[in-house]
Design a protein around this ligand. Structure first.
Ligand code: IDC
Length: 342
């Protein structure tokens, strides 16, 4: 009799111990983030379905968020405090990390700069993970209009990212910010196929966003000649409200209706230069259209540079963005107001 009790007691202790052990073992940042209410815990892994981005339940999902200015110029914005304000007060679910390739301090401008960019991108990805936000890793070509120019560097960068972050359900790759003065068929498309292949070797599922010619405006060309053979591929459209108006909205509507999955991974409220021409009414027309189709919208930029596109007033500490609109520019105020009701 005593033996039976002893046996039961030992079994119970063992069961409790193993339960406790397994609880401790699974307490890592991922499962913690998955248990609290945040965009990623609620919507999970995103997919491309026809012309839409959908969440883990297959429901249409709109990516809403801010893009950093260049990570070489304004890395301070990628802080826990600022991202938290964006998430909780602005209702952003996404942060875009703009990593320039050729401009000042960019990834392709020397070994030290490359190291710095890698550590800033890693920091941004980890913070986004912690806060349960989606993160767009942006290979920000601009003056290097043809993506093939830095294809080798791009391949090694995306290989590194895909290997390291393949288990992350919040990561999105934007593989060429704004090709220009080049060709979709001969340059951009082959580049994209090659980078997608590299990423897919390690990461089978993340959403990958491709640019198009003319600073990512020529989605009509893409729509006629899409990348096939891979899932979860989307295309970016970029606009600046005072420069790109009805004609580009019409192009977006046509492509969307034609089944092309488009995400606006960068837009400004002003001129394409980023400075001057703040245009509230054209911005609102765009935002209404994006809201209607649940097309992702990421605003340029989360910086305090003295230029119209900046969301934060110059002189403000961008690593400590507070809730409310006191620290915001005209552009920032308009964007915050709209993001809160997207
Ligand atoms: C601009 C920045 C500006 C910076 C410049 C560097 O706003 O401060 O000096 O880049 O060349 C884009 C680009 C984006 C531009 C932005 C505004 O993706 O890098 O940022 N823009 O010109 N496409 C259209 C507009």
């Amino acid at each position: 009799m005593v033996k039976v009790y002893k046996f039961k007691l030992v079994s119970i202790i063992l069961i409790i111990a193993s339960l406790l052990f397994s609880l401790c073992g699974t307490f890592d940042i991922d499962s913690y983030a998955a248990n609290v209410k945040n965009p990623v815990s609620q919507h999970g892994r995103l997919k491309v379905s026809g012309s839409n981005i959908v969440d883990k339940n297959g429901k249409k999902f709109q990516l809403v968020g801010m893009s950093t200015h260049g990570l070489a110029w304004y890395p301070e914005a990628v802080s826990e405090k600022t991202l938290k304000t964006l998430r909780d007060d602005w209702k952003c679910n996404t942060i875009r990390l703009a990593m320039y390739t050729e401009e000042y301090g960019g990834y392709c401008t020397g070994v030290e700069n490359k190291k710095q960019m890698l550590s800033r991108v890693d920091n941004g990805i980890k913070l986004a993970k912690k806060l349960g936000m989606y993160v767009i890793v942006d290979w920000h070509i601009l003056s290097d209009g043809d993506p093939l120019i830095h294809k080798k560097e791009a391949k090694s960068f995306f290989k590194r990212m895909a290997k390291k972050y393949k288990g992350y359900n919040n990561i999105i790759y934007e593989i060429c910010n704004e090709p220009n003065n080049t060709s979709w068929k001969a340059n951009i498309k082959p580049y994209c196929k090659s980078i997608i292949k590299t990423i897919r070797k390690y990461d089978k599922r993340s959403v990958i966003i491709c640019g198009s010619n003319t600073w990512s405006q020529d989605i009509h060309e893409v729509s006629q000649d899409r990348i096939t053979g891979y899932k979860n591929v989307a295309y970016s459209l970029h606009f600046y409200a005072n420069t790109h108006t009805d004609w580009l909205r019409q192009r977006l509507t046509d492509c969307h209706k034609n089944g092309l999955c488009v995400v606006v991974t960068e837009f400004g409220t002003c001129d394409a230069s980023g400075n001057g021409g703040f245009n509230k009414s054209e911005t609102v027309k765009w935002l209404k259209l994006l809201k209607k189709y649940k097309i992702g919208c990421i605003n340029w930029s989360l910086s305090n540079k003295e230029e119209t596109a900046s969301a934060i007033k110059s002189g403000t500490d961008i690593s400590k963005l507070k809730k409310g609109s006191k620290q915001l520019t005209k552009s920032g105020k308009l964007i915050r107001k709209w993001f809160r009701k997207m």
